[in-house]
Design a protein around this ligand. Sequence first.
Ligand code: ZN
Length: 392
Amino acid sequence: MLGNNHHLAVRKALGAVALSFLLISCATNPVTGVSELSLVDKSWEIKTGAENYPKLRQMSGGDYLADPSVQAYVERIGQTLARASDRDLPYEFVVVNDATPNAWALPGGKIGVHRGLLLTLESEAELAAVLAHEIVHAAARHSAKDYQRSALLQGSIALLGNAVAEDVREDTQKWASYGAKMVTSRYSREAERESDAFGMTYMQRAGYDPQGAVALQQTFVNLSAANDARFATSLFASHPPSQERLQANRAQAQRLPKGGQMGIEAYARAMAQLREAQPAYDSYDQAGQAAAERDYSAAKALIENAIRIEPRESLFYGRLGDIQALQAQPEAALESYQQACKLNPTHYYPYLRLGLTYKRLGVVSKADDALRKSFALLPTQEAQAALAQLSP
Ligand SMILES: [Zn+2]
């Protein structure tokens, strides 16, 4: 926006903000104890988190379900840390099926950990460090504060509060940039410092050795120095590691009481099946690459290898279906998509592909059914357009 329009838009937006939040106030930050301007209230945080959590999970490969005990393990450690935090929020923790090493927190305490991050950690204390760090981002309203700032700057009052839900239905793309921004935008250095320091305090209170946070930061600094490509666009985008943070964590560990558990064996046990399945996920990634290069027979061999190693993974059957569809074998693709839906009935993707394949074959009612299921899980434009074409 340029010139006068810009000022007008900002004035209008500020006016709308003032009307929407009559109780703009100075509130004490429950984590730091510092008094600060608060434009968003707790109900906004909880609502925003609850509305965006399922969608962000859908867009991150869905929940990781191949070994359900991993999900339960992360949830248990997360809730232990949440109870040790300074703020009562409806915390939830989920492992999403994404290979990039990342973790994120939405306002209201909705936290996600990528499958790929779990494989770079070596102890329960390191996992606790990740979760506690994200808990602080949520508890201290870091993304809510960033969000209210950017909403004010853009004059986009429409994205605040109630309007979010309507926008999602109208335009998934808009949501995608909104959700992705909330998760990948850099926190301020101040926010990172707070999350590291208070996260370590929560770890200590929950019985973990705060040295886990030092080890975690050391791993990240090493990977960053090695210029590991997987990391460049993931966790480091929102939480840049540095020697300075590593030093600060060492100093904080000195200040906290000594002891607490590292949980190296417990972590190895919990991740044993996931680690064993790692070659299958590598094979899955390579199959995607081969398919992109139109080498479908190589792609099929790779994905079949993945399924042999880990037959419980829905993503693998989804990709097998995609390859079969590309090979003009829609009947075989249908079977693969059905198996993918069976293994993970909570992910939009196999339903979408199942519906589109039925539609291509002219099986209207089954296409309609699958597309509706997919749309209910994540309202994509693709499903919406296909449904519109199906209805007379
Ligand atoms: Zn962070």
